[in-house]
Design a protein around this ligand. Structure first.
Ligand code: GDP
Length: 206
């Protein structure tokens, strides 16, 4: 599945533009600059798929990716879709933009039956911030299964990664919809990618 090329199929600025519910979906969320585009690119082994350094205009949309070669017609649906959610917590974002993010994301989380899991990305240098906790609360409220992925693990020493994994695991115990296992990754070094791919495949086959 991850060995074949993936393609961008649609940017969704509002609920009415969502593709019809079909294949199971896995979505990626995290603060701006957490390394979300890099992680998606590393997962599929394609540098340019999710644009690194957010393309203006695309940043407030749910971006859909599927493996290449499926027509999307009934009977020829892709086995799964990856959804790149707009980044949050950009310091200079105007309130209207924050409100738009919350509305789109909350409606998507609440309403999307085929959404199997959200991967919540946390920068290993910074750990879980208040705004991440707020998003976790949103996910708990929407009762969407989610799993924390630490990004940029190459930027801190291995013992510090292990400590952060433990700390984060303990934090997750308070969150009813959170998956207990934490995956530490480095898109740059490829660390944790096989583990994450396996977790995604399990999430969509549940
Ligand atoms: P996004 O805004 O969440 O999509 O973040 P990007 O993927 O654009 O990454 C933000 C910055 O972090 C870029 O400068 C990336 O090169 C850097 N970055 C992303 N992943 C890693 C990683 O695993 N290791 C290191 N060292 N840097 C990374």
């Amino acid at each position: 599945l991850f060995a074949r090329p993936w393609v961008f199929i649609r940017g969704v600025p509002a609920m009415k533009f969502l593709p019809p519910e079909g294949p199971p979906e896995v979505a990626f969320a995290g603060r701006s600059n957490v390394g979300k585009s890099s992680l998606i690119n590393a997962l599929v082994g394609q540098k340019g798929l999710a644009r690194t350094s957010n393309t203006p205009g695309r940043t407030q949309e749910l971006n859909y990716f599927v493996p290449e070669g499926y027509s999307g017609d009934a009977g020829d649906l892709p086995p799964m879709a990856l959804v790149d959610m707009p980044g949050y917590g950009f310091a200079k974002a105007p309130k209207t933009q924050v409100d738009a993010w919350t509305k789109l994301v909350f409606e998507y989380l609440r309403g999307r039956v085929t959404l199997k899991r959200v991967y919540l990305l946390i920068d290993a240098r910074h750990g879980v911030k208040k705004i991440d906790e707020e998003v976790m609360d949103l996910l708990d409220t929407a009762a969407v299964s989610y799993q924390v992925v630490l990004t940029k693990a190459d930027k801190i020493k291995p013992p510090a990664v292990m400590r952060l994994v433990e700390e984060t695991r303990e934090k997750m115990a308070k969150h009813p919809a959170a998956f207990p296992e934490i995956v530490a990754t480095s898109s740059e070094k490829g660390a944790g990618m096989d583990e994450l791919r396996a977790a995604i495949v399990r999430a969509v086959s549940d």
